[in-house]
Design a protein around this ligand. Structure first.
Ligand code: MN
Length: 283
């Protein structure tokens, strides 16, 4: 069966039907997914009755799996994180805990793994348990945001490298109590502010909650500059809001999209499983 694609947002995001992820995609399907992802940035494959091995096999087609080394939210599997409101025993995750903090952090506009070098390239999220009314996930098209910048701003942005740091993204949600040991394990990294997709040649902004300031700029001035760009890039016309269904698998390109979780404090459990593929080279 030939896969079918339906545009979900106005400029990006699509639903794919006709791919069964219980079988690891063959080379031809892999090439097709690469091309479709390059064009749409966010792909929903609909409900997929898969477990960890199939999700991991899919992500490995796109690069080396992200190593989930954040032990406070580890799942016991080295390549997965759980985005969950309950722990293994079904007890609610409290806000003032590493996992609660992660839920708060996910509500900031971000792209996965930009605090690392090499960063994450592609993410796959599988909705294992959803509440009756699942909160949507919002995605932003950073190509459309780039296209809409005045030429003067584009010219300035293209010359800049940006400092990304987990300490900064956590500080923004009021968490300043990061141990010196943790900070040593996660030093700041630098990425270009503007990236070009190798398959489409389209440019995009590369921003995230971890993005602090352009290198060699005064920190406060640089943070104000980044804040303004994030506000520009997440205007409603660049945003697609995704409504989840149970067992749905959504994959996205972390190089030219951002995303954020929307608030959820209902009593029903919610659990999504994440894994990602990282870039082969530093960016
Ligand atoms: Mn994320």
């Amino acid at each position: 069966m030939t896969p079918q694609v339906t545009l979900l947002g106005t400029t990006f995001a699509a639903r794919v039907t006709g791919i069964d992820l219980r079988r690891v995609p063959d080379e031809r399907s892999h090439a097709w997914i690469e091309e479709t992802l390059a064009r749409y940035g966010v792909l929903s494959f609909g409900p997929q009755h898969i477990g960890d091995p199939q999700q991991e096999a899919l992500i490995k087609l796109f690069g080396p799996p992200f190593k989930a080394n954040f032990k406070e939210i580890a799942t016991g599997h080295p390549h997965f994180y759980d985005i969950t409101t309950v722990d293994e025993d079904g007890a609610p995750i409290v806000t003032d805990s590493p996992r609660g903090l992660t839920l708060l952090a996910n509500a900031q506009w971000h792209t996965d793994g930009s605090q690392l070098q090499p960063p994450t390239r592609v993410s796959a999220l599988h909705a294992r348990v959803l509440p009756p009314v699942p909160p949507p996930t919002e995605y932003a098209d950073m190509r459309a945001a780039w296209d809409a910048l005045p030429p003067r701003k584009q010219h300035e942005a293209e010359k800049l490298s940006v400092v990304h740091s987990i300490a900064w993204s956590r500080e923004q949600i009021g968490f300043t109590d990061i141990s010196a040991e943790s900070l040593l394990l996660r030093p700041p990294v630098m990425h270009p502010l503007v990236r070009t997709n190798p398959l489409t040649g389209r440019k995009s902004l590369y921003l995230a909650s971890h993005a602090s300031h352009p290198m060699n700029w005064p920190v406060h001035e640089g943070r104000a500059y980044i804040r303004e760009l994030v506000a520009h890039a997440t205007q409603p016309e660049f945003v697609y809001s995704h409504a989840w269904s149970t067992n749905e698998l959504v994959m996205w390109d972390d190089r030219w999209t951002m995303h954020r979780a929307t608030p959820y404090d209902a009593p029903h459990p919610r659990m999504l499983r994440w894994c990602g593929a990282v870039e082969l080279e530093p960016v």
